[in-house]
Design a protein around this ligand. Structure first.
Ligand code: NAP
Length: 482
């Protein structure tokens, strides 16, 4: 079995060559659980990114026209390479990101599943023959790879967020310039090593690390990059959308969330607690689909709060690699400071901390899983993404009130509700302004379904049959004079 150091790549991959920044500059990467330096990655900028884009453009000339069977086989091999090295890749992920090892294993597995899914889906990416208005004509719609794709990814799912972009891009015949997050670059760079091992041609996948603005600037300015796929904050997403205008790039955006989790009086409370724990505390609350706001109907409010408090108190906090750990450290000091500020704001406005409430005795960026009751709409977490292990519980009386409060945000990514009322389930489907809706389930992401937000949570879908669409252009061809 390979050790995680096998996949700790200290260089960038540009045009099939592993290389540092031209000036040799590097950035230290630390393990959030210990503060230890894991390694040093290249601090690349515009020049190196332009080189990566040129390499991707050159590789596209042949890869864009490669045999479908070859692309399918490469993806199948990439899937197998991931799963053959699942343990080493999971350890690498936990070392740089902090999440418990069981979650990292799951992330590698779902990333591999996305790769396999797109190996299957591309074989069904059909065009159309359209009935022509006259008998002397035939009308065809054919599908083609968009070209060079830039993929910019966040630190919270450093492996699987790239999988959801690489899968459809490489399936379609696009070539890629990827920029992983600076906090967690190694899981991204590992994709380069895996792609090389299974035989992707040089330049098909390029990976650059370093200054976000410089790398992002080169990507956004380049007319060679035809599509940008971004997962990250709404703030950076807005900037990239603006910057995409000058070269009229296609963009797909997976941005921030502010998920409501609504528990009705008729819910199975134990099932709701089980769903709540995964929807709130997965990755220490640092996922875009994590519950931000619990809305609990008055009749079950106290019972739900007590069970949530007890389950939260039971979460074992520790280093991600220790067996039994359920909550690792937060990613950095800024993440801890944000949760502290949100708690102070809520307490100042009358919220009650019934569990946790502060930094954990383990020190560093460990934080106590926390529950606050008496939440109100004027508290900052009603509208801001928490991104930490803090459950904020609001009480409500009527279904209309809950739906209206749930929608009172600029975000529209994930929403959850627990109820046994079938008619209400369909009212929720129509009323909730969210791209992902979990009814009686706290974890709904799966490769077969389209993942993506409404409103300012983004545009475009990843996964599902829709997940390929953004990577393919359609061309209409009319053959006349027949
Ligand atoms: P972020 O600060 O927006 O960063 C995301 C990526 O963008 C990183 O690689 C970052 O590089 C890069 N970046 C930052 N500024 C840039 C610029 N001006 N130009 C080009 N690239 C730039 O987000 P994050 O803190 O890593 O991730 C957390 C956010 O991601 C949350 O809001 C979360 O909800 C969202 N998210 C959404 C989804 C979804 O599917 N909707 C999934 C996961 C996460 P550096 O690391 O070098 O700064």
């Amino acid at each position: 079995m390979s050790d995680y150091k096998t996949y700790l790549c200290e260089d960038n991959l540009i045009g099939g060559v592993w290389t540092g920044a031209d000036d040799g500059a590097r950035i230290a990467v630390t393990n959030p659980a210990t503060g230890d330096v894991i390694g040093h990655i290249p601090k690349c900028g515009r020049v190196e990114t332009d080189r990566a884009i040129a390499a991707a453009a050159k590789a596209f000339d042949s890869f864009g026209r490669s045999d479908l069977s070859q692309r399918v086989k490469l993806l199948q091999d990439l899937h197998d390479a991931l799963m053959d090295n699942q343990e080493a890749l999971a350890q690498l992920l936990t070392a740089e990101q902090g999440k418990p090892l069981f979650e990292s294993r799951g992330e590698i597995a779902i990333g591999a599943a996305y790769i396999r899914w797109f190996a299957e889906e591309i074989r069904r990416a059909k065009g159309e023959i359209v009935p022509a208005p006259g008998s002397d004509r035939r009308l065809f719609v054919t599908r083609h790879p968009v070209g060079v794709v830039a993929a910019i990814t966040p630190w919270n799912f450093p492996s699987s967020m790239l999988a959801r972009k690489l899968g459809p891009a490489l399936a379609a015949g696009c070539t890629v310039v990827a920029k992983p997050a600076t906090n967690t670059p190694y899981s991204g760079l590992a994709w380069g090593k895996l792609a090389e091992e299974v035989g992707y041609p040089a330049g098909v996948l390029n990976i650059v690390t370093g200054g976000a603005r410089d790398i992002g600037g080169a990507i956004m300015d380049s007319p060679l990059v035809r599509k940008v796929t971004f997962t990250g904050s709404t703030e950076v997403g807005r900037t990239l959308i603006r910057q995409s205008a000058d070269t009229v790039k296609k963009v797909s955006m997976e941005l921030g969330g502010n998920a409501p989790f609504i528990v009705f009086d008729d819910a199975d409370i134990d099932a709701a607690i089980e769903g709540a724990m995964i929807a709130k505390y997965r990755n220490m609350g640092q996922t875009c689909v994590c519950t931000n706001r619990f809305y609990v109907q008055a009749g079950v409010h106290d019972a739900f709060v007590e069970k949530l408090r007890a389950a939260t108190a039971d979460l074992k906090v520790g280093e991600g690699i220790e067996p039994g750990t359920m909550q690792g450290p937060l990613i950095d000091d800024a993440a801890v400071a944000k949760v502290e500020d949100l708690i102070a704001d809520a307490v100042g406005k009358g919220g009650q901390v019934v569990e946790g409430g502060g930094r954990h005795a383990l020190g560093g960026t460990y934080f106590q899983p926390t529950v606050i009751t008496g939440a109100t709409a004027d508290m900052a977490f009603a509208t801001e993404e928490i991104f930490g292990p803090l459950s904020a519980v609001f009480k409500f009386e009527t279904e209309e009130e809950a739906i209206s409060a749930a929608n009172a945000t600029e975000f529209g990514l994930a929403a959850y509700a627990y109820t046994k009322d079938l008619a209400r389930i369909f009212r929720l489907n129509e009323g909730l302004q969210y791209g992902l809706i979990g009814i009686n389930a706290g974890l709904i992401t799966t490769v077969e379904a389209p993942f993506g937000g409404l409103k300012q949570s983004g545009m475009g879908k990843e996964g599902g049959t829709q997940g390929l669409d953004d990577y393919l252009e359609s061309k209409y061809m009319c053959v006349a004079g027949l």
